[in-house]
Design a protein. Structure first.
Length: 86
């Protein structure tokens, strides 16, 4: 609650209660705007990363073995290009 001093009320009575100043007037209608467009900012919460299903141990070992065998085959081909160290 704001207490207003005696000087304020004396002035108000002397001026016969004038209309409020423009700075104290209600907000004019043009100050309220309608929404013309919007822009998405982003997610409110981060996305959860999906959990990758684990392979069965045998399948993962077979896949690893195939990868190592192909790498070994590539190394054998590279060795053929070098001369023997006899």
């Amino acid at each position: 609650m704001i207490l207003i001093g005696e000087a304020y009320w004396r002035r108000m009575y002397a001026e016969h209660h004038p209309d409020p100043r423009a700075s104290h007037a209600a907000t004019p209608a043009h100050a309220y705007a309608t929404i013309a467009a919007y822009e998405r900012v982003g997610w409110l919460a981060g996305k959860k990363t999906p959990i990758k299903p684990k392979l069965a141990p045998r399948k993962s070992l077979e896949r690893r073995l195939r990868k190592l065998e192909s790498e070994a085959a590539q190394l054998r081909e590279q060795l053929k290009t070098y001369p023997a160290d006899d």
